[in-house]
Design a protein around this ligand. Sequence first.
Ligand code: SER
Length: 390
Amino acid sequence: MNPQTIIDTFMDFYRERGHLLLPESSLIRPSDDPVLFTSSGMHPLTPYLEGRPHPLGDRLVNVQRCLRTTDLDEVGDPTHLTVFQMLGSWSLGDYDGPQSLRWGYHLLRDGFGVNRDRLYATVFGGDEQVGPDDGSLAVWQELGVPVELTGPENWWSNGPTGPCGPDSEIFVWTGDTPPSGTPTTDDRWMEVWNHVQMRYHRHDDGRLTPLVQPNVDTGMGLERMEMVLRGGRSVFEGEGFRPWVRTVTDLWRPDEQSLRRVCDHLRSSVVVVADGVRPSNTRHGYVLRRLVRRVLTTLWRDDPTRTLSDLPTEPITHTLDWFRLGVDVGELRALLRDEERRFRELLRRGRQVVARQLSGGPLTEDDYRYLHDTHGLPRDLVEGLAAEAR
Ligand code: SER
């Protein structure tokens, strides 16, 4: 199944069950949102999960581009991405969590052809505030899918405050051998789908109160689902990455981990720019800047003459089509080149200034502040330069 067939199968299944298509949102959240980027399909729905009636009704489905910087340091392994697509379904105060799991199971089995013996589920086992999720446990037992009870891993929230609740995650076996272990003991169990019962609101003081309506929020990672259905081991072998892997390999022949990081970060940068972000030292622009700088740092480790000027347009246009986005490709390439030039210059100056500062001993908080305020050198960059100089 290719990604488009996966999207269509998911959409058709939920449309047949009365869900209307929710238009995709930008990655950029409005300025009053404490989180910078859309990090999950539910993110733009927050007010509706809190009880505001949604104009499209109480059953929704969509595909949403998401960006997660929490996983930035994990990018380089076979399954973590910064920007990815999430297939989502929602019940806004309509059907309950157990119903969502039953449908989920049927879609996996009949729509995607994943047999029960390759599935495992995890369920919230309870804590001092909320009891165990017996309803989800009972559904999985009735369906004959093995279940593991866990703690905080099965509690989902989009931030320290706001809507949240217990979730049930669905894992598919990706090993060469018959399935063994459980999701928490064997990482060949790959999480592909999360069903959250958004029933609570977390306040600033940590207190939980029930939402005016219990909701269900599900999210399936498209790239991971494609990998699992292909029987693959890495999301980077998927269609959305093929032109990047080919181009980056031909140009620079990096090691496997660097290849994944460079492909992920370049692809993510293209999407972020297409959503209107420009590099800067704050907020969204700084995330973009970090992505591009991580690409350059990775490439320059082996050869500092490598340049993004060599990047052809093909993978860029492929990504724009893939994410249904448009931006002037010439302008985008110029932006990358410009960012590279600035970073080279910053590194050249930074090396001198940091070396001077280090001659007085290890860097103190005052040094970091001085290097940032007077020389515009961000802390993570200074740390890198200081490590290099040691
Ligand atoms: N919000 C949940 C997640 O992102 C389900 O969509 O995992």
